[in-house]
Structure formats: C-alpha cells, structure tokens
Design a protein around this ligand. Sequence first.
Ligand SMILES: [Mn+2]
Length: 235
Amino acid sequence: VRPKILVTPDLEAGEWPRLWLKRCYADAVVRAGGLPLVTPYAAEVAELLELCDGVLITGGAFDVPPGEYGETRLPACGPENPERTAFERRLLEGALARGIPVLGVCGGMQLLNVVCGGSLYQDLKTQVPAAGDHEQKTPRDRPAHPLAVEAGSWLARTVGLEGLAVNSTHHQAVNRVGDGLVAVGFGPDGIVEAIEDPRARFVVGVQWHPEMLLDSAPWNLAVYRGLVEAAGERR
Ligand SMILES: [Mn+2]
C-alpha cells in the first residue's frame, strides 16, 4: 500500500471560489511512490490527519500575513490568502504535534518556518538589495541559481553537495529560522533555500520547486522520496 500524502490545494477567489492544484505536485508524489490526497479546507484537521501518513504544503502566488510572525505589513509585501494560511497553519501544527512527516515547498516552506516561530523577509528586493534575482524569468522547469547544501544534513545525505542548482520563483525568504529548525540550503547570496528539523523523522522545507525539475534535474525526486519514505515508515 502506498503511503498517503495529504496535498494542500490553492484557493482562488471569485463568484464561485475554486480549490485547485498544479498537477506536478500530485505527479511528483506518485513518482516518489506515494498516493496523493488533495483535500478541501476543513475545520476537522485532526480527522484529515488520520487519513494520511504525510503532509505536503504546496506553494502559491500569495504571502503569509506578516502578523503571523509579529510584523506589520510593508508596502512591498504581496497579496494574502488568509483562509488558506489559517487552514495550512492548523494542519502543520497538527502534523508536527503528531510526528507526521511534512514537506513544505516554496510558500509551504515559508509557512513551516513561521509556524515554528521564525520570520520572513517580506520582500527580498527592498529588504535585502544585495541578494540575487530569485524571480527567474526563464522557464520554471529549469534551474536558475546554484544551491549550496550544509554537510551532514538530511538534504546533503540525500542529494549530495556538488553540482546542485534550483529554480527560483519567490520574492520572500526565511529571515529568522524557526525554533528547532536548521538552515541547510543556501543560494549563492546566502539566502536560505532549505530548512529541516534534525530531531524529527521528516520535517523539511525547500524554497524551490523540486516537482517542476524532475525531468531537467532528476535528483529532485529524492526530496519527494524522502517525504514518502518517512510517511511509509510511520505507517
Ligand atoms: Mn531562490
């Protein structure tokens, strides 16, 4: 039986609001050996967590409300998706409390950091002007900047240290690292690109989109495999 991975969809406003998911997330879970379960936002987070063995928090074109990490909003902060953030926060808190393996991708990594008490740069261009370009104009299925990985980390044991490059579609980034988390991946400018909890079975966040790089940089499947394998062990 494949480990079941709960995957969070995005919420798009409108006359008939819709929940939707880029299929590359679900495809990556399948390719890694898992069974993706895309669920609506439900108040019954504990019941949702009973259905699954692991949780994937996906990204989206919105920012975590700065109040979630105790800051006031700067002008360059982007649009919010408060209903989604509220659901994913409760889902993350529940998963972390139960030891359920968690992978956060892009905005999902940022929320993971915030839920653990960390903070974000609200806008890299204005707050860290020396940082490189993290909003690539080239196709997202191609790497855009190098990735340096911390030796000894889960990420290093899994993807190695040499010759790594990732795509980059974020205007925010981790600032203060959350409690219990360690920064284990960095861009060439020192911007945090990966975090993990070394005490947990599997709590990992990546700032890039591995699910979009599976063909051009196949090592990325190992990130999703890590989630699925940890989910299988727990079950
Ligand atoms: Mn980047």
